[in-house]
Design a protein around this ligand. Structure first.
Ligand code: HEM
Length: 215
């Protein structure tokens, strides 16, 4: 995400646009998986089957297209926890009619992708983290399927999307493949808080605490 302030800080804007969003997405994905040990185990098994046990070799970008389960984890994370819940503000260039509503010229338009991801008219069981929904359907997040647009769509789609997509998949796959993950003493998976904190980017209200054990 980005575009902050305009003028001058192009490099800085690009940097901050790409860091919070990417790390928040990764934290949400890990939190959702740690809440569901069976899904975490399944994601790891698929990685081990394909790449071998750690020490053999590390996950590579070229492995990602062959890992549909991992891709479903990322899509489901984008659906429930879009890093930019209202995209960036847009402005209508002319009067437009959408679904019988007139949006007058110069209206500031905020697109609530957070609510779209939880809309029961679009998704069955919208509040459940269900990987099967994306294993059956080919819905993608790149701006063609309007029900899932965490990066926006059209001419102002996030320019960092190709990089972000690579980073999120590769980092998540590497974390799952290289480490075992456990929770702090006496914390159960269902205790992990999944509430968000409203802001320009969607952060966890309570940061995830997980212990990595090197394999
Ligand atoms: C998971 C990661 C990311 C998400 C979910 C995300 C999402 C978004 C969204 C929703 C927008 C606004 C689109 C609109 O106007 O409708 C945006 C804009 C932008 N993003 Fe990202 N982004 C991510 C990562 C990145 C990365 C890695 C970079 C750069 C390296 C980046 C750079 C930018 C910039 C520069 C803009 C402003 C573009 C403009 O002004 O038109 N983003 N992003």
């Amino acid at each position: 995400m980005g575009g902050g302030g305009g003028g001058g800080g192009g490099g800085r804007d690009l940097f901050s646009a790409g860091t919070d969003t990417t790390s928040a997405t990764l934290e949400w994905a890990m939190a959702e998986l740690m809440r569901r040990p069976e899904a975490m185990a399944k994601a790891r098994n698929k990685l081990e089957k394909m790449i071998g046990r750690d020490g053999h070799r590390l996950v590579q970008e070229s492995d990602i297209p062959s890992l549909p389960y991992l891709q479903a984890v990322v899509k489901e994370t984008f659906r429930l926890h879009p890093a930019a819940p209202l995209l960036l503000p847009h402005k209508a260039e002319a009067d437009v009619e959408i679904c019988r509503f007139t949006v007058p010229k110069n209206t500031q338009v905020l697109v609530n992708v957070w609510a779209m991801g939880r809309d029961s008219n679009i998704w069955s069981n919208p509040s459940s983290f269900l990987l099967e929904r994306f294993l059956k359907h080919k819905t993608n997040f790149r701006g063609q399927d309007f029900e899932l647009i965490p990066f926006g769509a059209g001419r102002r789609v996030c320019p960092g999307m190709p990089l972000a997509s690579r980073m999120v998949h590769l980092m998540l796959a590497s974390l799952l493949h290289s480490f075992h993950w456990k929770l702090e003493e006496r914390v159960k998976p269902e205790d992990i808080d999944i509430n968000d904190k409203f802001g320009l980017s969607l952060q966890k209200a309570i940061p995830l605490k997980a212990i990595a054990i090197k394999l």
